[in-house]
Design a protein around this ligand. Structure first.
Ligand SMILES: Cc1cc2nc3c(=O)[nH]c(=O)nc-3n(C[C@H](O)[C@H](O)[C@H](O)COP(=O)(O)OP(=O)(O)OC[C@H]3O[C@@H](n4cnc5c(N)ncnc54)[C@H](O)[C@@H]3O)c2cc1C
Length: 360
């Protein structure tokens, strides 16, 4: 099969998730950018809670209007049963950045991809990165596009491929795993009006529930769609052998704060989500000669933080500013970016330790 050679690019970004799209949009006015994703369209990812501070980044890129869509639900706060049987309201009203959002996640990623197309960024999907070789001028990337091989030469590569860190792995960079947290959950219609998110700690991990966009044409006034997730150590969650939403629902009934919600679930349309990794992990090096990693590819957070998407956006902006201010190939970019990422990681670990200490 013949390989198609693509036009050379200055920056190739692997992954058009939140982090990859934000980096592409920030860099595009200054560099020739190619954005690549293995999926033809965003898939349904778990995780919908967008931190209020994300609005600052979207505003900087003139994209704040993306959140102005009824598919994204304003988050007023979270009711937390964390280390106490009495709930605490973590109220976004007191957050200087204002409210957060419960996103229609795949729609939000579609909006970001469309913004990249509108910005005339060279977008290639579906195309999976399969190999990368260092050259005198940067990298030669091999991509698989609908069974036909493509080749792309790039001066710099940004790995925004999520937890798989596809490019960094090809360079043999080790990923440190700090725990074995996993998650399983389901989506269901619930007959309840209150749209507050809920978080609850138990002896067997913790639970989360939040409202998400309900695509049904005319849901009754009291009917909302919600996501329910159980987070626990891999061994515990695998031993539970969950194959049906009803098994999770039975567990949810006894969770502090979940009793009323559980009793209002319409079980018949409940849909089970696959088991996914939710551990904290980090690449040993997040930058090297002519490459950088950002978002989950660099650092992945415990979903308890609800900071994963914001971190991906913030990393993308920090890296873009370094590259724009210093130039693409400035040698100092590598240690400077690593320092920024290390600082974020240390602050995250300190916060995580504080939260889990409250329930140990
Ligand atoms: C169970 C769970 C719940 C979560 N809940 C929340 C939450 O409520 N709020 C929050 O902010 N965060 C949450 N997160 C974290 C959040 O989902 C991530 O932090 C976020 O997706 C990171 O964005 P990203 O752009 O770095 O990576 P991703 O969103 O993973 O995007 C990576 C992209 O790269 C593409 N890709 C991968 N490999 C290749 C390849 N070889 N070639 C080409 N393309 C490739 C993928 O198709 C994908 O589109 C949660 C995570 C989990 C696991």
């Amino acid at each position: 099969m013949t390989t198609t050679q693509l036009p050379k690019t200055q920056v190739a970004i692997i992954g058009a998730g939140v982090g990859g799209c934000i980096a592409a949009l920030a860099l595009a006015p200054y560099y020739c950018v190619t954005l690549i994703d293995k999926e033809a369209a965003p898939i349904n990812k778990i995780g919908e809670s967008l931190a209020p501070a994300a609005l600052r980044i979207l505003t900087q890129l003139k994209l704040a209007h993306l959140l102005d869509d009824k598919r994204h639900i304003l988050s007023h706060g979270t009711l937390s049963y964390w280390g106490s049987s009495e709930p605490t309201l973590i109220d976004n009203l007191r957050n200087p950045d204002g409210f957060g959002w419960h996103l229609d996640r795949s729609y939000f990623e579609t909006q970001l991809r469309n913004a990249c197309i509108d910005a005339k960024i060279h977008c290639i999907w579906p195309a999976q990165l399969t190999d990368s070789v260092a050259t005198d001028e940067g990298w030669q990337l091999s991509l698989q596009h609908d069974n036909s091989p493509l080749q792309l030469n790039a001066n710099t590569v940004i790995d925004a491929s999520g937890r798989h860190c596809a490019f960094a792995r090809q360079q043999g960079i080790t990923r440190q795993q700090f725990d074995k947290l996993m998650s399983i959950g389901f989506t269901a219609n619930v007959n309840i009006k209150k749209k507050t998110a809920l978080i609850s700690h138990t002896d067997e991990g913790w639970w989360y529930s939040a409202p998400i966009h309900n695509p049904e044409k005319s849901p009754t006034q009291a009917q909302q769609k919600r996501v329910f997730s159980w987070y626990a150590d891999a061994k515990l969650i695998k031993n539970a052998r969950i194959t049906d939403p009803s098994q999770l629902l039975n567990r949810a009934k006894s969770i502090p704060g979940f009793t009323i919600l559980s009793s209002r679930i319409e079980e018949k349309n409940a849909q089970l989500h696959p088991l996914v990794a939710a551990n904290s992990s980090k690449l040993v090096s997040c930058s090297g000669k002519n490459w950088f990693a950002l978002g989950d590819a660099a650092l992945s957070f415990d979903p308890l933080s609800s900071q994963g998407m914001f971190n991906a956006m913030a990393c993308a902006i920090q890296l873009s500013e370094l590259i724009i201010n210093n130039g693409l190939t400035h040698a100092e970019n590598i240690p400077l970016y690593q320092q920024q990422v290390d600082k974020i990681w240390l602050s995250y670990l300190a916060h995580r330790a504080l939260y889990y200490k409250m329930v140990s």
